[in-house]
Design a protein around this ligand. Structure first.
Ligand code: SF4
Length: 176
């Protein structure tokens, strides 16, 4: 049987959700028998590949680069998992939404800068007017809330998807 092609990535997130993926510990070895990780921070692959079976995305959509990425990821993934509260609700990144991008950039790069204050001149993705949860931009197949979701939850979700089932996160006895 061929292995499932799995990808993970993060947009505007802190990488904590990816730490939870690593927290699956020895269960990663068991998963390695069933999956190929074809994209993510754990593999050296620059371009998001075609024909991915399941993609787990951490973080909100906050910049034009995030938007470009999530549209490409959606087009190339059979199942898209919104992983963690930043992806599901925009969570921490959305704390800047009431101020607007200009004020946020001034605060970060001028008011709080001691060395060469001023907004970045190129090389930094432009902020969108607001940080937004993934489902406002693309269709999501599975929502996995939590900040971060536990390793047990992620393990359960992945196994259910690999078995062709829809994970039921309402019943916590499903994942310890
Ligand atoms: S949901 Fe929590 S752990 Fe995950 S990226 Fe957001 S802040 Fe970090």
């Amino acid at each position: 049987m061929s292995k499932a092609r799995i990808a993970t990535t993060w947009l505007d997130g802190c990488s904590g959700c990816h730490m939870s993926i690593l927290d699956m510990d020895e269960r990663l070895l068991e998963l390695a028998g069933k999956i190929d990780v074809v994209f993510g921070p754990y593999v050296d692959q620059k371009e998001f590949p075609e024909n991915v079976d399941v993609t787990l995305v951490e973080g909100a959509v906050s910049s034009d680069e995030d938007l470009e990425k999530i549209l490409k990821i959606r087009a190339r993934s059979r199942l898209l998992v919104s992983l963690g509260d930043c992806a599901v609700t925009a969570n921490v990144p959305s704390m800047r939404n009431s101020f607007g991008p200009k004020k946020v950039l001034e605060r970060a790069y001028t008011e709080n800068a001691t060395l060469r204050p001023g907004p970045p001149q190129g090389g930094v993705p432009a902020l969108l007017p607001a940080s937004r949860p993934l489902h406002e931009l693309v269709t999501i197949d599975v929502f996995v809330p939590g900040c971060p979701p536990s390793a047990d939850t992620i393990y359960y979700v992945l196994n259910e998807l690999l078995e062709g089932r829809c994970p039921d996160l309402r019943d916590k006895s499903n994942f310890g």
